[in-house]
Design a protein around this ligand. Structure first.
Ligand code: G16
Ligand code: MG
Length: 217
């Protein structure tokens, strides 16, 4: 049976993708090219520096490492300003209820996010107390689809991988869950998340009872 739930942050618990998008768009505009919402799909779940590389490739721009660091920092300053104003109203539908249900049922709860800003987002939305373990971009060396972020989470809550379920909205994250040997529920549309065991449109469609169906199937 399932003993732990591991949650991605952006796109699963909160919609910070819109703030990432605004900050990357502003950077692209400063560099003289346009960045669309369609382009932004490619950055979901991807680390900050890898996102910058994708952005620069869209603009056809090549830069040295120090200039890239400077641009990534500038983007992060804008992004940080936006997430500093977040509150509990920005928790995605069903997420808070499901976190509570997990705890009431004695399941361990862990965060598995690529973001280095995860603590700010968790604290501002008030959901930090729901987590037994918080693994974010400040604690990992390899980004998704590497399984590190989830493997570390399972180790910290002392649950074996086959008794863990990962909730992910990004293809790279689903792949990371697979490589970690965990079950995976995709959040979003089945087309992008074909490798998940199960796809729901949001956590509003998720219950602890449904989790156990996933494991037996
Ligand atoms: C999130 C976002 C990505 C972002 C990454 C790094 O991951 O989905 O778009 O590039 O974190 O964020 P930061 O620049 O804050 O370190 P996740 O894993 O929570 O979906
Ligand atoms: Mg995500």
């Amino acid at each position: 049976s399932i003993k732990a739930c591991l949650f991605d942050l952006d796109g699963v618990l909160v919609d910070t993708a819109k703030y990432h998008y605004l900050a990357w768009k502003r950077l692209a505009e400063e560099l003289g090219f346009d960045f669309t919402e369609h382009d932004n799909e490619r950055l979901k779940g991807v680390s900050r520096m890898a996102s910058l590389d994708i952005l620069l490739s869209i603009g056809g721009i090549e830069l040295d490492e120090s200039k890239k660091q400077e641009l990534a920092e500038r983007k992060n300053d804008w992004y940080f300003e936006m997430i500093s104003k977040m509150d509990e109203s920005e928790i995605l539908p069903g997420a808070l209820e499901f976190l509570k249900e997990c705890r009431e049922n004695g399941l361990k709860v862990a965060l598995g996010s690529a973001s280095k800003n995860a603590m700010t987002i968790l604290n501002n939305t008030g959901i930090t107390p729901y987590f037994d373990a918080i693994i974010d971009g400040t604690r990992t060396t390899s980004a998704k689809p590497d399984p590190e972020v989830f493997t570390l989470g399972a180790t910290e809550v002392e649950v074996s991988p086959e008794q863990c379920v990962v909730f992910e909205d990004a293809e790279a994250g689903v792949e990371a869950a697979r490589r970690a040997g965990m079950h995976c529920v995709g959040i979003g549309s089945p087309e992008n998340l074909a490798k998940a065991d199960f796809v729901v449109s949001s956590l509003a469609d998720m219950t602890v009872n449904r989790l156990n169906d996933i494991v037996v199937s």
